[in-house]
Every structure is written in C-alpha cells, then in structure tokens.
Design a protein around this ligand. Structure first.
Ligand SMILES: [Zn+2]
Length: 99
C-alpha cells in the first residue's frame, strides 16, 4: 500500500502586486520585464520574462503606481507611463459595462 499523497490540481491563480488578492490569470493584467530589460504590458499570448500581475481595477493600478509595486516585483524601475497605460485599459472596460 503506497501512501503517497495525491497532488491536488492547483488553480492557475496569481497574486495582484497591489492588493495581494489571488485571482485567475484571466482577471489580471500581466506586466513583463523582458530578458532585454524593457518593461511591457503583456496584452496577448505568453511573453518571456519575469511577470508581475495587477487586478484590472483602477483602484489597484493607482495603488501600484503610488507604491511602485511593479518595480518591486520586477526589480526594475517601471515608468509611470506603464501604469497610465494599464489604467486606460481598465477605464475602457468599465465604460463598456456602462449603458
Ligand atoms: Zn489588486
């Protein structure tokens, strides 16, 4: 009788760098530090490099920008433009729901 514990399948969740909430990857925005050192928002398909995640919520983006959460996770300075771009992506989503 082998008593090896079965591994439960782990849901694909990631932690938001701002609020620390765990969510499915589909509900998070991924920001990548590319191998070359550049910072990009991962909008489609998997991109290589170290990733940081943020909820697609204006509140989290603002908090992350204020605390520089992405820089801490990615260990690279993240330009405020990146936060601004993510913020715009979220605004669009919210506007779509309205009306
Ligand atoms: Zn969050």
């Amino acid at each position: 009788m082998g008593g090896s514990a079965k591994r439960l399948s782990v849901p694909r969740v990631r932690k938001c760098a701002a609020c620390g909430t765990e969510r499915p990857r589909t509900e998070l925005i991924r920001v990548v530090r590319l191998p070359g050192g550049g910072i990009e928002i991962n909008t489609s398909g998997p991109m290589p490099g170290r990733g940081a995640y943020l909820c697609a919520r204006a509140e989290c983006i603002r908090l992350a920008a204020k605390k520089n959460s992405l820089s801490r996770v990615l260990k690279r300075p993240v330009p405020q433009e990146i936060y601004a771009m993510i913020g715009k992506m979220c605004d669009r989503g919210e506007n779509d729901q309205h009306g």
